[in-house]
Design a protein around this ligand. Structure first.
Ligand code: F1P
Length: 346
């Protein structure tokens, strides 16, 4: 059972990532010419695109550099609408396999038509085409996976990018916080599994995942995991957008899973009230210190005092377990999702 092993391996693989990323980044940084107006563009496909979305939001918050995310295809299909004409740009091209066609086509397109753009490949596959075709790369082979669905590769590549953001911003406090994550993940793994067993178990719910800021990409990823492993109906929205129309699909069997951020608990709570008023079930991922939300029924609570920066990665194992447990309950093999392969080749 590869998927379960890979979900559970996250604390150990994060530790490994934190060991190797500093040296890899030092080598990459030497070859880059960064200026205060450098713009960062994150790209990938599927899970790696959702990772790009979260990474961009976290990166901009901490480094102050403009950062955004686009699916890899947009870089070669619509380059003039996604690349800055004025700001020097660094692109992070993310791909577990390092062989997804659109990512490689985006990298080729940049090399041919936008030679001033620096490209950093981020992958879990040593010797991959992405590694060969990029001058700069970050390679995390210990986070590679046998399973088709991406779990530990997602959190490890996100963590690596977060580390780079913290290093660029010279935020030693954040680096220290990131270094505690393997231990914290280890401690919260049993709770994450319990969360998955509880909310992945009962009959026939549909799922909606909500997140703001960096959590929006994570909500998208939680939805994709559930869809890939179980094919149950599920969707994701920006948290406060949910009231603007989508709430009309809520019924008693709808489970609305909110990835709560620290700062906006009162908004989240009022949304939770509105969902319950239309008979929906509310489940929160939050921290214990978040007293307004700790009162919510259905809570996965992390220890106090963690920034959004850390919570983003620590929520993921609980969401992985949820998809895994639901798949098991429905009799699907989580290792072999329907209609999917590890890599999409065009
Ligand atoms: C990206 C991806 C996966 C998805 C599926 C097809 O792969 O879209 O996210 O689960 O297996 O490929 P990669 O570019 O990160 O290797």
């Amino acid at each position: 059972n590869h998927t379960l092993t890979e979900i559970k391996n996250q604390p150990a693989s994060w530790e490994q990532t934190l060991k190797i990323v500093p040296q890899q980044w030092r080598d990459i940084e030497k070859g880059l010419t960064l200026s205060p107006n450098t713009k960062f563009l994150f790209t990938g496909c599927g899970t790696s695109f959702y990772l790009a979305q979260s990474a961009a939001r976290l990166f901009q918050t901490v480094t102050g550099h403009d950062a955004s995310a686009v699916p890899a295809s947009e870089i070669f299909l619509n380059d003039m609408s996604v690349l800055s004409r004025v700001a020097p740009t660094v692109v992070f091209a993310i791909s577990r396999s390092g062989t997804t066609s659109e990512v490689l086509m985006a990298v080729d397109h940049l090399a041919q038509h936008h030679r001033a753009v620096d490209v950093i490949g981020v992958t879990c596959t040593a010797g991959s085409t992405l590694e060969k075709n990029t001058r700069h790369h970050m390679v995390l082979p210990h986070a590679a996976e046998e399973s088709v669905v991406m779990t530990q590769s997602f959190t490890n590549m996100l963590l690596a990018i977060q580390w780079i953001g913290a290093a660029l911003a010279m935020r030693t406090d954040l680096i220290e916080e990131l270094e505690r994550l393997p231990e914290l993940a280890d401690q919260s793994l049993a709770g994450a599994e319990h969360f998955g067993k509880t909310y992945g178990a009962d009959d026939d719910p549909s799922f909606i995942f909500l997140g703001l800021g960096a959590y929006y990409g994570l909500a998208a990823e939680a939805t994709l995991k559930l869809k890939e492993m179980t094919q149950v109906p599920c969707e994701y929205y920006n948290t406060l957008e949910f009231r603007h129309g989508p709430i009309s699909i809520v019924r008693a069997s709808t489970r609305v899973i909110i990835l709560a951020d620290e700062a906006h608990a009162t908004y989240t709570q009022s949304l939770a009230r509105d969902v319950r008023a239309v008979e929906g079930q509310v489940v929160c991922l939050t921290t214990q210190s978040n007293s307004t939300l700790a009162a919510e029924r259905g809570v996965f609570a992390l220890p106090d005092g963690l920034s959004d920066w850390s919570r983003a990665v620590l929520y993921m194992p609980a969401l992985h377990f949820l998809a895994y447990e639901k798949a098991t309950q429905l009799g699907f093999d989580p290792d072999a999702p329907r209609n999917l392969s590890q890599v999409v080749i065009l």
